[in-house]
Design a protein around this ligand. Structure first.
Ligand code: GLN
Length: 503
């Protein structure tokens, strides 16, 4: 049965049934992605014998490139491939990348990583855009759908982030896997789950009706025809050419700086060019989308301390007063754990509020995102009041901070995906979603600089002084988050005007 778009979007109940197919494909893709990401630094230090600083810089570079590539993936999806083919091509590249790492991670490490970077760029933004397509514009259930989808993201992140490194380090299945094969198996697992993601997509994509099919060419007589095949093949070839380029760029950390300084302005110039081709009402919506994108850089810049300074803080300054759990384990996976439970509940809360005409609009949700983020960082600051003279403080309080920050994430991140699909014009959906993720690349970049700044201040300090330096830094970040929230509320009348009927 071939469903039409109307049939899909006229669904009864809370969620369209197609969302489950996208949920599972994205869940397995995130398993692969976070599984690999979780192994990078440890593998580089223990196996490739990089020093800490080099490993961290190289890790930062891969993260920047991964999220920057979403712009390219989104753009090509809009213009040539369509969302489905992009997703499929991205998934294939991710499988190739993980297979290379599974076969010989020591010699072909950066080659495998570069395939994964390009693959993620094609996969990640476009699956998110398809979620938005399941909803008619103005459907008040959209944010709940994205929240559910976000739970899938984090379920994959949690499982992959935990299992891959545990296998690699030999903490799991060590009786079954000979020691010299552990890393191969760990990377191999990432490849297997990515195959599951694609197989799931292949078998369920029929339910998507016309969603995500290739764009067509408009002929002079008003009819449409298929794009010439060479367009598609050129994208495939071009993306393969990117692989060695990324290998070079990632290997010299300084190149990441140049890249970050040029790619943002270039994408903005391109967006401004596209803006000249749309109606003024559409242009205003794109401006509003840009405001959300820019605010999200501030959000991720603060939020992403979790991978940097917070992991050092967790290692040196936290006790195990929460069920004896390892503080770094809690820091790495606590957020994802909370999201899996909270995201569907918060989604249902949006639906419940909307039925009573009380649902906050996107601006207020974003504002709340910053306020929770700020409060969370104040709780991190407050850990200092529970510290011993040795500079050790409570993991319980730290976990409360994580919970508060997670509420912030739920008000901003899935809502950001949702608003991108609502504010973009039909032909720029992929690219705008790519820009949303590109902002994450900048967020990671900023987060790295902030973390490095804090690390510099504490160099040579004893553990207690280091705790004071970090917690004071978190207070500062908390304040910045609150200021961002207030600024957003202050400019909200203007942004509301730009958004027009979109809520
Ligand atoms: N954790 C989310 C994901 O993996 C958000 C990532 C981001 O936008 N920085 O999709």
């Amino acid at each position: 049965m071939n469903l039409t778009l109307e049939q899909i979007q006229d669904f009864k109940g809370k969620y369209p049934k197609q969302i489950w197919s996208l949920f599972f494909s994205e869940m397995w893709e995130r398993f692969c992605f976070y599984g690999m990401r979780g192994m990078l630094v440890f593998f580089m230090i223990s196996q490739l014998k990089f020093d800490d600083e080099q490993a961290n810089l190289q890790y930062g570079a891969t993260q920047a490139f991964v999220y920057a590539f979403t712009f390219v993936g989104g753009l090509f999806a809009d213009k040539i491939l369509g969302f489905r083919k992009s997703l499929f091509w991205g998934g294939l590249l991710m499988i190739v990348g993980s297979l290379i790492l599974a076969t010989n991670p020591h010699d072909y490490f950066f080659l495998g990583i570069s395939f994964t970077v390009v693959g993620t760029g094609f996969f990640k933004p476009n699956i998110s855009t398809m979620v938005g397509k399941l909803y008619k514009s103005g459907d008040s259930r959209t944010d709940a759908g994205f929240s559910l989808f976000y739970a899938g993201i984090n379920l994959g992140a949690l499982l992959g982030g935990y299992l891959c490194i545990a296998i690699g380090k030999g903490e799991m299945l060590s009786g079954l896997i000979p020691e010299h094969k552990r890393w191969n198996v760990a990377f191999g697992l990432a490849a297997i789950v990515m195959v599951i993601s694609l197989v799931n997509f292949i078998f369920t994509q029929r339910q998507l009706g016309p969603i995500g099919l290739q764009p067509q060419r408009l002929n002079a007589d008003g009819t449409f025809s298929a794009l010439a095949k060479w367009n598609e093949y050129s994208v495939y070839i071009l993306s393969l050419i990117f692989v060695p380029l990324i290998m070079i760029m990632v290997s010299v950390p300084q190149y990441t700086d140049y890249f970050m300084w040029t790619v943002g302005p270039l994408t903005l110039i391109y967006l401004f060019y596209e803006m000249t081709k749309v109606t003024s009402s559409e242009r205003n919506k794109l401006w509003a989308a840009l405001v959300f994108i820019i605010f999200s850089i501030v959000f991720w810049g603060i939020y992403e301390q979790s991978g940097g300074s917070l992991s050092i803080f967790a290692a040196n300054n936290l006790n195990k007063d929460l069920l004896g759990l390892d503080p770094n384990g809690v820091n790495n996976s606590g957020g994802a754990f909370f999201i899996i439970f909270l995201a569907p509940i918060v989604g249902l809360l949006w639906i419940w509020l909307s039925k009573r005409k009380l649902e906050p609009n996107t601006l207020i949700k974003f504002g709340l995102g910053f306020i929770f983020l700020g409060l969370g960082y104040y709780v991190l600051f407050a850990t200092k009041f529970f510290a011993t003279l040795q500079g050790i403080t409570s993991l319980n309080i730290f976990t409360i901070a994580l919970l508060v920050i997670t509420f912030g994430e739920l008000c901003l991140s899935p809502i950001g995906l949702s608003i991108m699909t609502k504010l973009s014009t039909e032909k720029l959906q992929g690219m705008m979603m790519g820009m949303w993720f590109l902002a994450s690349a900048y967020g990671q970049y900023v987060a790295g600089q902030i973390g490095a700044g804090m690390a510099k201040v504490k160099t040579g300090a004893n553990n207690y002084d280091a705790l004071i330096t970090y917690t004071d830094g978190y207070k500062q970040l908390g304040l910045y988050a609150l200021i961002a929230g207030v600024v957003l509320i202050l400019i909200s009348p203007l942004v509301k005007k730009l958004m027009q009927e979109v809520r």
